[in-house]
Design a binder for this molecule. Structure first.
Ligand code: FCB
Length: 443
């Protein structure tokens, strides 16, 4: 086994996707409340109002984590639950909830890892421009200060922002996520502020948390050209710049990639790109969320990157239409190690959606999901053998949950949730993961 002794095995969730209780105990509105209540934005008109009701059922959920033998649990804090207006007065009931959750985890012997921003921006801040307002760097630092002071004695592992690519580009350029803008310039500006906010928050975490372990989580893809033609190779390089390097380079090198600066050109006019050096604060790990690879073709009629993605025939796909590509995960982990030399890599999310059958006799049969985990964990092991410093792996997700624009239509959990009764039922993949963790950590 290539996994080092102190390797962490866990599962991940995010506040808006599981908590529910969206109008209770003083929680403020968030951009996803607003977005999901706007007709036509989320499949079947689903919202996160109730979600899995984890806010009320966290004790049961932690007991399930313990049953699974999880060593670590990655959750996110709902900013509007703890600071309803985004800035200023804190909400005692919200802060208490995270206190109780953390204490419950610790008494179950599970290490907490907290993400500060997993997309549920307070609507009150959106009303002031949200991620397009430069002041958000300060707002986010203040919020980080509150949370790290409150939990930092018990929570050592911190993730600043989850997937700035998705939060900025899917939310501001492609309109598929909250707040639903379709303006490439806005996407770039939001991303810029997220990266600056990450850098600022890292400093706050360092000040407030003794022995902190901190980093950012990026969604990274392995990118292959559709053919070996020079045009497709260049197209793949642009796509890599768009998804990967635009975020990894700032965090490690304090600069945006030169080829992409040139490509975006005047779309960056509102941004002082030299400020990006503030994003390069030494991290203890780079968090990566991995689901699939991208196969890219040159396309003169494509959107502003002049590319389009193709879906190779004969490959396997999950319900999201994401190609099964575990080998690309190995390649990606080795590449990150070789090009950026992170101190450590954490896989903060990895998993698959499938249309699971209903529970039968207290069990859900989901062989494809188990297979996904087996092949991807094996791919991580190969990367470690090739020198990549991977030290943690979190499955996405602990529970079936509100899958953003897909609502409750896509299930990623290793635990099934009946969205009518909110009853939890173990899936076979959860049992497989439990047995795997037990085996790999034995002796
Ligand atoms: C990632 C998100 C996570 C979940 C998975 C499927 O992009 O971080 O919340 O929706 O995708």
């Amino acid at each position: 086994m290539a996994f080092p002794k102190n390797f962490l095995w866990g599962a991940a969730t995010a506040s808006y996707q599981i908590e529910g209780a969206s109008r209770q105990d003083g929680r403020g509105e968030c951009i996803w409340t607003r977005f999901s209540h706007t007709p036509g934005k989320v499949m079947n008109g689903d919202t996160g109002d109730v979600a899995t009701d984890h806010y009320h059922r966290y004790v049961e959920d932690v007991a399930l984590m313990k049953e699974l033998g999880l060593q670590a649990y990655r959750f996110s804090v709902s900013w509007p639950r703890v600071i309803p207006n985004g800035t200023g007065t804190t909400n005692p009931a919200g802060l208490d909830f995270y206190d109780r959750l953390v204490d419950e985890l610790l008494s179950a012997g599970i290490i907490p890892a907290a993400t500060l921003y997993h997309w549920d921006l307070p609507q009150a801040l959106q009303n002031r421009g949200g991620w397009l307002n430069r002041e958000i760097v300060g707002w986010f630092s203040d919020y980080t200060d509150q949370m790290t002071r409150r939990l930092g004695d018990r929570v050592k592992n911190w993730i600043t922002i989850n997937e700035p690519f998705v939060a900025a580009f899917v939310g501001y350029t492609f309109a598929a996520h909250a707040p639903g803008y379709s303006d490439p310039r806005a996407g770039l500006l939001a991303a810029h502020h997220m990266l600056l906010a990450h850098g600022a928050a890292m400093q706050v975490i360092r000040q407030n948390v003794a022995n902190s372990v901190a980093g950012i989580t990026l969604n990274v893809s392995w990118v292959d050209p559709a053919t070996s033609s020079e045009a497709d190779v260049q197209a793949a390089r642009r796509h890599d710049g768009f998804v990967n390097r635009w975020f990894i380079d700032p965090v490690f090198k304090g600069e945006y990639p030169a080829d992409m600066l040139q490509l975006y050109g005047s779309a960056l006019d509102d941004i002082d790109v030299t400020e990006i050096k503030q994003a390069a604060v030494p991290q203890d790990f780079l968090g990566i969320n991995y689901y699939t690879r991208n196969v890219i073709k040159d396309d003169p009629n494509g959107h502003y990157l002049k590319t389009h993605e193709i879906k190779p025939e004969g490959a396997g796909y999950t319900q999201m239409g994401w190609e099964l590509a575990p080998g690309s995960l190995t390649q990606l982990l080795v590449r990150l190690h070789q090009e950026y030399a992170p101190k450590a890599l954490w896989i903060t999310e990895n998993g698959a959606a499938y249309p699971d059958p209903d529970p039968v006799n207290g069990m859900v049969a989901d062989p494809e999901r188990t297979d996904y985990f087996k092949t991807h964990i094996a791919a991580v092991e190969v990367a470690i053998q090739q020198g990549s410093p991977v030290t943690a792996y979190f499955v996405w997700s602990l529970l079936d949950n509100f899958e953003w624009a897909y609502g409750y239509d896509r299930r990623f959990g290793i635990i099934h949730v009946d969205f009518k009764t909110l009853k939890r039922t173990m899936k076979r993949s959860g049992l497989w993961y439990r047995d795997y963790i037990a085996k790999v950590t034995a002796g």
